[in-house]
Write a protein that binds this ligand. Structure first.
Ligand code: HEM
Length: 198
């Protein structure tokens, strides 16, 4: 159904809107609210990233109606992740410019991830896929894993942070990202190898 194309974008807007609303409501000062908005908008984007990252592997490992729909809508889930992470970008720009300036060098890793996100979003169409040939797949595989790495570094750092207040999300989401990688590897090299995505 064509209207299902809009579901990923509606999910992205609902999760990110909820993250910002909750930050504005619970931050005692504007500075705290801006920090919480940056933190929770990144968290809101994670499930959208994981769906995009795992869609083809889940179909290979467990072909069925749900995984086929996820695979068919993978492009929309990827674009919805780009939308949600653009909201993270807006939140962190407010945070950095108004409240907590940072040295440019510390932003390089995240900035490269944004370059990948927007290159992948701009090339998420049939025409670009045809024009780029083998380079399309290379760009999307490298970009996807670089974004995965930034998520892993962010949550891995929280898992062992000196402030225990960060531990819960770090110890929950860093292993989740490792499990996601394991699922991809299993689908690619393990049992699921025979069931090819449509
Ligand atoms: C230059 C680019 C970026 C900057 C300046 C930035 C900044 C921030 C800030 C200020 C926070 C909140 C920090 C805190 O909780 O103390 C945050 C959280 C986070 N960011 Fe970003 N970010 C950037 C790009 C990215 C990218 C590209 C990703 C993922 C691919 C990402 C993933 C995360 C994650 C996972 C969190 C923690 C969310 C949580 O606590 O659940 N960030 N970021």
């Amino acid at each position: 159904m064509p209207e299902q194309r809009y579901v990923p974008f509606a999910v992205a807007l609902a999760l990110s809107g909820f993250a910002i609303g909750l930050a504005l409501w619970s931050g005692p000062t504007s500075s705290d609210a801006a920090l919480l908005a940056a933190r929770w908008t990144a968290r809101a984007a994670l499930p959208l990233f994981l769906i995009t990252y795992l869609a083809s592997s889940l179909y290979r490992l467990a072909p069925g109606a749900t995984t086929r729909t996820l695979l068919r809508r993978r492009r929309q889930w990827g674009l919805a992740f780009a939308l949600a992470h653009s909201i993270h970008l807006a939140a962190l720009l407010v945070n950095i410019t108004l409240f907590r300036p940072r040295p440019l060098m510390t932003l390089a890793g995240g900035a490269l991830a944004y370059a990948f996100i927007y290159l992948m979003a701009l090339t998420s169409n049939d025409a670009a896929q045809r024009a780029m040939g083998r380079w399309w797949k290379r760009l999307h595989i490298v970009g996807l894993h670089y974004i995965w790495l930034i998520f892993l570094i962010s949550y891995g750092g929280r898992a062992i942070h000196e402030d225990p207040a960060y531990h819960v999300e770090g110890r929950l989401f860093a292993p989740l990202l490792l499990v996601a990688l394991a699922i991809r590897l299993w689908a690619r090299f393990g049992r699921g190898r025979r069931a090819q995505p449509a």
